[in-house]
Design a protein around this ligand. Structure first.
Ligand code: HEM
Length: 501
């Protein structure tokens, strides 16, 4: 028995079942409840449903909840509209107060603010992520982590033939790597005894309850929060765990002795925290804590979610794996294996590899970890598609659907094909505008960690795929959980075989 097909691949078959998909799938608007019942009935299959609705309605759809519930929304995956929202008329589409309320655990952190404050905070963070001191440290720690922790663990799994959850391993790895970048402390979640990972589980809860908050009237989740019931109770517990993690890790950092230095401008450089801890703008403990949680989410959640999808796709496409190995081969021929007979590819080795990058982009096209963006309308506006939006409306941009639209990516839009990113001579990447490939966001709020993320993912994927064959365990169901992140609901169970040198 093979793994059951990923429901994320079903769009085409659903589309084929109806001659008029728009009529077949568009949400029904009822007199009192608006489209809420239709939306709730399809929530279990949120991504698939959004894609079919958007494909059936020309990439854009205006929706409505019950009158007076403040649930009027516009959902789009139309690149022209996305360019308008994220760049051309950016100031009319902030994230807004509702988004900030949903992610109150990051209150005041970069992800939840808008306007001039956001611009200033971006400048500050740009100073950190663009510092060679910082990027060198992140690169060095990534290599050490892969060499000293990931490889021995994988080698043991391969030798014993044990199946394991690759998603869990990748999330642990990215938690450690991100905590090292943020706090200068490695929590050691990726280790052979698999210690409890309360803080990582708490981050998952924030994203799962955040998703529920997006889908219901704000008054409802706020009432549940006030009563401390249901998912809100779970969220409160998760917040406590995360707050404790931040305080404990900051203490550990102090005890270890801060590992920081100074750059040529006499500025403090080291981990991210070192740039914030003595900044009077972050003197408020709550703001500092929210900011640190924000940075943990920026690194762990995105890369930790993407890596399992990369391995899922590679395990099903041996031809793509062969091309990646062929690209790595000249580098490997100049390197020596480590003491365990394994090859570790360092960031410098993989920097120029085009096909490997195309493989990462192809994964992010079909499986963007942040699958939906939310914006708010400040003043009434007309989209390039002609749709009207009104002050106070929510706009949802489905990155997930955008990667699966035939009108944007062609007939083979659902196929995993890194070649679509390459120019004819295969040596260069095509220039795909960010309003069509939105995985790293677009416009003034574009992701600030893209190149760091690519560097880390290349190091991990190259090293794993060179040293091991990855096989999916048969009979498992691969589907996304309901969360703001495109994580796999039941994980990704794999077996490894060690490759001969
Ligand atoms: C696969 C990896 C990654 C993906 C797909 C990704 C994607 C994104 C997306 C979609 C946003 C916009 C979020 C929003 O609108 O709320 C964003 C923002 C951001 N990302 Fe990334 N990211 C990745 C890795 C990273 C890493 C490793 C860092 C840090 C080193 C980082 C730092 C940031 C920051 C600071 C922002 C905030 C920008 C703002 O709000 O103005 N990202 N990223």
């Amino acid at each position: 028995m093979k793994p059951s097909p990923c429901p994320l691949h079903l769009t085409a078959s659903i589309r084929r079942r109806s001659n008029n998909p728009a009529e077949a799938v568009l949400p029904t608007k009822l007199p009192i409840l608006g489209m809420l019942p239709s939306l709730l009935a399809n929530m279990y299959n949120f991504h698939e449903y959004s894609s079919v609705v958007l494909a059936g309605s020309g990439l854009n759809f205006n929706g409505d909840g019950p009158p007076g519930a403040g649930m009027r929304f516009f959902i789009t995956c139309d690149p022209a509209n996305i360019q308008h929202i994220f760049t051309t008329n950016y100031h009319n589409f902030p994230k807004g107060a509702e988004f900030a309320a949903i992610f109150d655990i990051m209150a005041g952190g970069l992800f939840t603010i808008d306007g001039e404050l956001c611009r200033r905070r971006r400048v500050k963070f740009a100073g950190v992520v663009s510092s060679p001191w910082f990027t060198d440290r992140v690169a060095a720690h990534c290599c050490d982590k892969v060499k000293d922790h990931l490889l021995p663990l994988l080698a043991r799994m391969a030798t014993t033939g044990t199946s394991f959850d690759m998603q869990e391993l990748m999330v642990r790895l990215m938690f450690d790597m991100t905590a090292m970048a943020v706090f200068g402390v490695d929590p050691g979640f990726l280790s052979s005894d698999m210690p409890p990972v309360d803080a990582s589980t708490a981050m998952d809860t924030v994203m799962e309850v955040g998703f529920l908050r997006h889908t219901m009237p704000a008054s409802l989740w706020k009432a549940m929060r006030w009563l401390n019931i249901g998912p809100e109770r779970k969220l409160l517990e998760a917040k406590k765990v995360l707050h404790r993690f931040v305080v404990d890790t900051m203490d550990r950092r102090k005890r270890n002795g801060e590992n920081v230095g100074h750059n040529e401008n006499e500025e403090v450089v080291g981990d991210i925290l070192s740039s914030y801890i003595n900044d009077p703008d972050f003197a408020d403990d709550d703001l500092l804590r929210a900011t640190l949680i924000n940075f943990m989410i920026a690194g762990r959640d995105t890369i930790g979610t993407t890596l399992p999808w990369i391995f899922y796709n590679l395990a099903q496409n041996p031809n793509i794996v062969s091309i990646i190995r062929k690209e790595l081969s000249p580098i490997a021929s100049h390197k020596a294996a480590n003491g365990m007979g394994a090859m570790v590819f360092e960031p410098e080795d993989t920097k120029s590899l085009v096909y490997l990058r195309a493989t990462l982009y192809e994964t992010l096209r079909l499986y963007p970890p942040a699958h939906t963006e939310r914006k708010t309308v400040v003043t009434d506006d007309i989209m390039p598609s002609g749709h009207e939006v009104h002050a106070g409306d929510a706009i949802f941009i489905s990155l997930y659907s955008m990667g699966r639209m035939e009108s944007l990516w062609g007939k083979d839009c659902l196929d995993f094909n890194p070649n679509r990113w390459l120019l004819e001579d295969n040596n260069k990447l095509k220039n795909v505008p960010s309003h069509k490939f939105l995985a790293f966001n677009s416009g003034p709020r574009v992701c600030m960690g893209k190149e760091i993320a690519v560097m880390q993912m290349k190091t991990i994927v190259a090293t794993v795929m060179w040293n091991f064959d990855v096989e999916l365990v048969e009979g498992q169901s691969i589907q996304p959980k309901l969360s703001c992140l495109l994580q796999m609901k039941y994980g990704l169970i794999v077996k490894l075989k060690k490759r001969e040198a």
